[in-house]
Design a protein around this ligand. Sequence first.
Ligand SMILES: Cc1cc2nc3c(=O)[nH]c(=O)nc-3n(C[C@H](O)[C@H](O)[C@H](O)COP(=O)(O)OP(=O)(O)OC[C@H]3O[C@@H](n4cnc5c(N)ncnc54)[C@H](O)[C@@H]3O)c2cc1C
Length: 392
Amino acid sequence: MYLYESYLKDNHQKDLLELADGLARTFSKHAEEIDEEGRFPYENFDAMKEKGYTSLTVPEKFGGKGINLYEFIMLQERIASGDASTALSVGWHLGIMLEMVDDQEWSDDLFERMARLVVDENALINRAATEPASGSPTRGAMPETRAIQRDNGWVINGRKSFTSMAPGLDYALVSGEINQSGKKGFFLVDMKSKGISIEKKWNTMSMRGTRSDDLVLQDVKLPLDALIEESEKPRDKKLPKAWLLHIPACYLGVAIAARNYAIKFASEYSPNSLPGPIKDVAEVQRKIGEMELELLKAREMMYSIAWRWVTEPDKRKGMAGELAAVKHVATNGASTVVDLAMRIVGARGLFNDCPMQRYYRDVRAGLHNPPMDDAVISLLAANAFDNHQGPN
Ligand SMILES: Cc1cc2nc3c(=O)[nH]c(=O)nc-3n(C[C@H](O)[C@H](O)[C@H](O)COP(=O)(O)OP(=O)(O)OC[C@H]3O[C@@H](n4cnc5c(N)ncnc54)[C@H](O)[C@@H]3O)c2cc1C
């Protein structure tokens, strides 16, 4: 808990963190097996449901705990140190509720309906937005998935790739083009609907337990009210998607796990060529110090920006650049930390029974979660020109 002490603001957060800490310790025991088998960690989700973790971001008025962005990322970072795939997956689910608290895109009735599913039925939800042909939805392509209105309902056809938690999901929010109109919408799809299938495409080197498989929709019939989000709000009315900070939190969690392993290793490994453990070697100390510096920079930035989001809501509209920058700094910083940690552990880190190689593979996935590095840099440049006052 030492790594969190300076970020904890009150006892409520301490209790929440203890909950995440307990779960993360359990998850870390079988993270290796989940990765090796590339299977969905059902048991982790059962444990999170039992402890109420999967409804933490649901507002209290709908039966959840109403945790804020700052608390959300702190818990997610801790869970990711135990098992990154579980953290990223549950982060998508929890983030949907948090987004609706902040952005209020859904009607009260819809929000309550969704919240009840999460709280009372332990439902798991995720957005299915990526497609093989359109790539990352953040690039703005129109989905090839088609929704056509017919007989007082919708008929949907399409294929979604990268659908995290595919085998464990109860509902998916599927993006699709509405009536071939050039307008995009999100449809609430019950995963038990006829015409839904999952194709096991997730044969990756990273984040294997997320089971981000393909979701295939073939003539799936939905009621009219399944269209729950229609056309995007104009840019000046939109809030940045702060809930996506669960992504940097996840990969920083991986970096912390690698850092902890490397420190323990350096404290215990004592080759015959030295009078004591390698932690006394200047080069090892330098690498440890560099890891600490990277973590400090990224975490200070992430936590302070999340806190600003929570405490200064009037500034939220202008925070897109800062939020995106956190993702860039944290995911790249996390990669650096894991790389340094691997160098400390040496060739032992290459063995499959050493968690270091898993951290090294998992941390790499962060680069391909949104927003991507080039998009962050372009956004910061655009903001700089927008806000330029001229020479003074
Ligand atoms: C572990 C993991 C879990 C995920 N979970 C989900 C999920 O639950 N739901 C979901 O919907 N998605 C999910 N995704 C998908 C993710 O959000 C991205 O859509 C996906 O990783 C594809 O990103 P990409 O950059 O490789 O794709 P692409 O957009 O295909 O990009 C490929 C390459 O082309 C370049 N490129 C493409 N288009 C442009 C452009 N217009 N301008 C400039 N460069 C361009 C990119 O820079 C990149 O180098 C997940 C991804 C990962 C890795």
